[in-house]
Design a protein around this ligand. Structure first.
Ligand code: KIV
Length: 282
């Protein structure tokens, strides 16, 4: 059965870890649901993992809605979080509410996520959650703010920067977020944010103390090999296995070893085959 925010609150209280993973398409979502993943993020990492961009900046609302809807079809009994892409919420509260609503209405997502913690973003969180939409905050290494952060670097590595993140998490909670994702911070920072939170804290590269863990699925199954962040553990080597299968297929087709008609071709009765050959002889 699909978990709800009440289940996630209970899990955070009791210490039962929340398992969170990205997916971008129907098939992957189906396997994740079969594996009992608690929560699926349709991240704007879609841009790099599925669409071949170098960053998340070019990803559009149309991209996100199409892929989130496919994930919802693949995992109808899993809690789905839709990620607000760059410039889908930065302009105004009205723009943010309207685009957040599209995830719920058109893609059947259960929650949306948005990056940042400045005064404008807090206003967006208030507006979206005020419209009745579950809203997940996202702080730390926030790729949509990479320019201001000076690149894709771990955050909160000084006492001052860590205190700022702890303060941001509190403000996001007060603004009405139902959960917060913390990305790319030392484990002690993840721990201190989690200790002080009244809502579930999920981490990606934020150590082991957060209420739940997120990974990008294509990293943890060994498919995305453009680069691998330090915090990723590889649970499979699917990329290598795909390459092996594609290579073997190519070799067999070129060598005339595939298909084998007795195994891979449709049958015709002897009588029909003879009639066909007879007709061709006339
Ligand atoms: O887009 C995404 O997958 C994300 C994670 C990297 C946190 O936001």
């Amino acid at each position: 059965m699909k978990k709800t925010i009440l289940d996630f609150n209970r899990m955070a209280e009791t210490g039962e870890k929340i398992v969170y993973l990205t997916a971008y398409d129907y098939l992957t979502a189906k396997y994740e649901e079969r594996a009992g993943i608690d929560m699926i993020l349709v991240g704007d990492s879609l841009g790099m993992v599925e669409l071949g961009y170098e960053t998340t900046f070019p990803v559009t609302m149309e991209d996100m809605i199409r892929h989130s809807a496919a994930v919802s079809r693949g995992a109808p009994n899993t809690f789905i979080v839709g990620d607000m892409p760059y410039m889908s919420y930065q302009v105004s509260d009205e723009q943010a509410v309207s685009n957040a609503g599209r995830f719920i209405k058109e893609a059947l997502a259960d929650c949306i996520k948005l990056e940042g913690a400045g005064p404008d973003i807090l206003s967006r969180i208030r507006a979206i959650s005020g419209a009745g939409i579950l809203t997940m905050g996202h702080i730390g290494l926030t790729p949509q703010f990479a320019g201001q952060l000076g690149g894709y670097k771990a955050q909160g590595r000084s006492a001052e920067a860590a205190l700022k993140l702890i303060d941001q998490a509190k403000k996001i909670e007060e603004a009405g977020a139902c959960m917060i994702l913390v990305e790319g911070v030392p484990a002690i920072v993840g721990r201190e944010i989690t200790k002080r939170a009244g809502i579930p804290i999920l981490g990606i590269g934020a150590g082991s103390y957060t209420h739940g863990q997120l990974l990008i699925y294509a990293d943890m199954v060994g498919m995305y090999d453009n680069f691998t962040p330090k915090f990723v553990k590889k649970y499979a080597h699917i990329g290598a296995e795909l390459e092996r299968a594609f290579t073997e297929y190519g070799q067999e087709v070129r060598a005339g070893k595939f298909p084998v008609d007795a195994e891979h071709a449709y049958k015709i009765s002897e009588t029909e085959a003879e009639a066909l050959m007879e007709a061709l002889r006339e």
